[in-house]
Design a protein around this ligand. Sequence first.
Ligand SMILES: *Cc1c(COP(=O)(O)O)cnc(C)c1O
Length: 387
Amino acid sequence: MRDLTRCVKNPAVSTEGYASLTVPTHRASTITYPDGAAFARRRERGLDGYTYGLSGTPTTRTLEAQIAGLNGGERAVVVPSGLAAISLVMVAALRPGDRVLIPDNVYPPVVDLCVNYLAPRGIAHAVYDPMIGEGIAAMIDATTKLVWIETPGSGTMEVPDLPAITKVAKAKGALVGCDNTWATPLLFKPLAHGVDFASEALTKYVGGHSDLLLGSITVADLAHRAMLKDAIRPLGIGVSPDECALALRGIQTMGVRLAHAGRVAEAFARRLAAASPVARVLHPALDSCPGHAVWRRDFKGASGLFSVVLKPGLEAKLEVALSGLKVFSIGASWGGTHSLLAPMAIDRKLSDAYAPGKGAVLRFSIGLEDEEDLWAEIDTIMRKLAA
Ligand SMILES: *Cc1c(COP(=O)(O)O)cnc(C)c1O
């Protein structure tokens, strides 16, 4: 072998005794085959086999298997973002002439997906009251192929009766998908209640460090995995093994991070209920939260994300109150080590009956900073709002 060939061909080294605790980052486009016949028959390897880097490497598959295991599912599919997880379910499950039901408190970009992507392709959507429960039956007609649930709802935290909605939807022949980002499978397992697709923005608690974007969809039925793969394959969408390696690192500490953030967030939510600028605290563990009883029945705990509604008229003071922060940062996305604040624009299609009222909504994501430092800054913000 001459030098230029030697540069290209990697020498074989022993891996004997290499019993590491970490998952290697396997990067690949090409997957090689022992002979031409094996290459010609590569499709026969199936969805769990390796054929091309886009459909996954052992790093990707390790993350998928870990997510599937936590969800009590058969398989998981990892996609480039939490939003991609939602859109992949919709694109895979819906055809022209079909209709999807989405809750009024859904993660806002899902409304965009329905209006600007699905509608021009002949797929309709209707918005339901997240507190509808079994009443969803009246909205499910023959064209309704998918019911989307988010629990609790983004921003305003109502907890829908997912088991009731799912039971009715399944009985009427619709598929059910659930965005489980807030709880993670550590606090709630949608598949155990009959949901077909459990999606999660791994960007949040699994990643846990505000440095990656990934999403997952877990299914209990292999036919649903095939449906998702059939939709994503021709689109040429895959994920980077480097992102998956970061997620595999993040998931190691998710349990302790979530427990800590959940405890501190709930304590802050209870204290904020007594703050004079606050009209209402939106946190599933407070009995003032719509769906609190459902949360107690179905969830193992709360994560670190909650909101408060400010008394009407305080909007003008919010900019000053949120200036010069030293502990909290202002921004979207959440579930990381840094605590975040986000003033939210709540845009509801349905009645105000369960909506938070007219005041500004401020969303808190609690991270891992010192609890006293965090509370001192919240106290400063409240004083500025009350002044
Ligand atoms: C952040 C978020 C998403 C989207 O996740 P990305 O990875 O940022 O695309 C979806 N659903 C909920 C509830 C979220 O909070």
